[in-house]
Design a protein. Structure first.
Length: 353
């Protein structure tokens, strides 16, 4: 489990310390406040560790490998022209410092770079063990329709897509899980497959289909909101999202109607209770309320982070156990005010009749 993330002079964050919940972590803020940046940063560091043993051929993490691998991953995920562009932009050379603290000291990592850095970071804390399971990053759009041939194309040509897309496509293509985990996987899959009206299958052709009643439907013909559910279902079926691990989900509510958002909220909470540490970025009042309602029935260790844009363009982070603890978020206030205006209008129309 990730216990905390500390950042200094990173993109819009002058300084922030985030202490995470064991189960669920929710980032809320307006567009441009850096919600996705924090998710991508934590994801990148876990992804480097998860693939480090295979790539470095080293049984334990080494400084030489990590200082280059971390830089390459940040470049691939954030896509800046140079690594130094991720340091906060102020007058003079700025130094960005980042520390990831794990539940086990062996997983902790700290490094820094400055605005002139191009290809390597400077390490101050080197973990003594690798992360044993790859994290999952789900972007705002679905990836099942681009899956066929995407990974090989990404690795042999220059494509303007974040590396998270490639990473997630690799995980989507993993074989289905078998063995003792199957009952738990089946329980997590059931509500998703009910919402989808079928099961997700990967044919030898390399294409995903939604199988309904024994007949395959092409993914391009399935509603985009259902495709997002289908991605989660596939990752659960392969065991990637089962019993332990990490899920980073950027705006899970995007392109979903309220009925499906309710399903997503349920899946998020059940995954978090199954051993997956979940990180969600959102500005949907509907999703937040649904999570709150469901949490009243389920014991979930949750942390909420409110990202507030300051007048100087930097971002301040407020944290708490509930949404009431993180201050006023303009995007959420607008939704609540619209609800109030709608009810007032309905009352006036009712009185006029």
């Amino acid at each position: 489990m990730i216990r905390s993330l500390h950042v200094s002079s990173f993109t819009a964050f002058t300084a922030a310390k985030l202490d995470f919940g064991r189960n669920l972590n929710v980032f809320v803020g307006e567009n441009g406040t850096g919600k996705s940046h924090l998710l991508k940063l934590a994801y990148s560091l876990l992804a480097v560790s998860a693939q480090g043993e295979r790539e470095s051929k080293e049984a334990v993490p080494g400084e030489t490998y990590l200082k280059g691998a971390i830089a390459r991953k940040l470049l691939g995920v954030f896509r800046p022209d140079e690594l130094g562009r991720l340091a906060q932009r102020r007058v003079g050379v700025q130094r960005c410092e980042i520390e990831l603290v794990g539940d086990e000291p062996a997983l902790s990592l700290a490094f820094s770079f400055d605005t002139k850095t191009k290809a390597e970071v400077a390490l101050s804390t080197v973990p003594t063990a690798w992360v044993d399971k790859p994290p999952v990053f789900l972007p705002t759009r679905e990836l099942l329709t681009i899956y066929p041939g995407f990974v090989s194309l990404y690795e042999t040509t220059t494509l303007p897509f974040e590396e998270t897309w490639r990473d997630t496509c690799i995980l989507l293509g993993a074989p289905l899980a078998r063995g003792p985990r199957e009952p738990g996987i089946k329980a997590l899959l059931e509500p998703l497959e009910v919402a989808l009206g079928g099961k997700i299958v990967l044919e030898p052709s390399g294409k995903f289909y939604l199988n309904r009643g024994g007949a395959n439907m092409e993914m391009h013909l399935v509603a985009e909101g259902l495709r997002k559910l289908a991605m989660v279902a596939r990752l659960i079926a392969t065991g990637t999202l089962a019993d332990k691990g990490y899920l980073f989900w950027d705006e899970p509510e995007a392109n979903l109607n309220p009925k499906l958002v309710k399903v997503i909220a349920g899946v998020i909470l059940h995954l978090s209770r199954s051993g997956i540490q979940v990180f969600v970025a959102t500005h949907s009042l509907f999703l937040l309320r649904e999570l709150y309602i469901l949490q009243s029935e389920l014991a979930v260790d949750t942390r909420c982070f409110g990202l507030q844009l300051e007048d100087d363009g930097t971002v301040r982070v407020e944290a708490g156990s509930t949404m009431d603890d993180i201050g006023s978020i303009a995007a959420l206030d607008e939704e609540m005010q619209q609800s109030d205006r709608y009810l007032e209008l309905e009352a006036k129309l009712g009185e006029a009749q």
